[in-house]
Design a protein around this ligand. Structure first.
Ligand code: NI
Ligand code: MN
Length: 225
């Protein structure tokens, strides 16, 4: 069993029989988030970078549940300094867990904590769980690394930002989906705020017209993989 639940923005909850994995858990400050922290089991937390709309509630959740945060070295150290349980990694690194693995890969963006402290490189993350490869692009522009990721890993699912202003827009994300050689694409990082409004129908049409599957999830919706 593997369920991918969309919390909203770039936040996802991946659930297997024994584990609950949070990615970029922007929950309490997110006007569109749908997630119950009390009833969902959390065993691991992953962060693509330190911006507040990705770091989100990671530190208080880790402190309350002792779920371990995995993040780029500088960000992991920051989380540790705030009392969270954390593990540092850097680009290219892969960590094995009882449920699968996670490899940190490039993203072209910036990364600083809410206090403005440098937090290392931003990242994208490739998860491998039950033989499925799930790629979370983080916040990024279209970049040529995606061609390499497509050639080497060909993710089954790609979670791609489409909201523009701080990340790729629909046109770039459509190209990214192609370069990543992803079987299925799910958009994220759009319409949480006015600055990142995007038309998901337009994105779905563009992805499907190049022969890839596109699934639009509203906050609170999930799919079984
Ligand atoms: Ni960001
Ligand atoms: Mn962001």
């Amino acid at each position: 069993m593997l369920n991918l639940y969309y919390i909203g923005h770039s936040a996802f909850y991946l659930k297997t029989e024994k584990t609950g994995i949070l990615i970029d858990p922007f929950i309490s400050g997110n006007p569109k988030s749908v997630f119950d922290l009390q009833t969902n089991k959390i065993t691991n937390i992953f962060l693509t970078h330190a911006h507040a709309d990705h770091l989100g509630d990671a530190i208080p959740i880790s402190k309350a549940t002792r779920a371990e945060i995995t993040a780029i070295f500088e960000l992991a150290n920051y989380c540790m300094s705030k009392g969270a349980l954390s593990k540092g990694i850097n680009l290219g690194g892969k960590i094995e867990y009882p449920w699968g693995s996670a490899r940190f890969l490039p993203a072209f963006h910036s990364s600083s904590t809410p206090e403005g402290i440098y937090a290392g490189m931003p990242a994208s993350i490739l998860f491998e769980i039950n033989g499925l490869k799930i790629y979370h692009a983080g916040d990024t522009c279209l970049n040529a690394e995606m061609k390499t990721i497509g050639e080497v890993y060909s993710p089954d699912i790609a979670l791609l930002p489409i909201g523009s202003t701080f990340t790729m827009d629909i046109e770039e994300a459509t190209k990214a989906a192609k370069w990543l050689n992803a079987k299925q694409v799910i958009p994220m990082h759009y319409s949480t705020f006015d600055l990142i409004k995007a038309d998901t129908d337009k994105f779905k049409n563009a992805i499907e017209s190049q022969g890839q599957k596109c699934t639009i999830l509203a906050p609170g919706e999930s799919i079984n993989l």
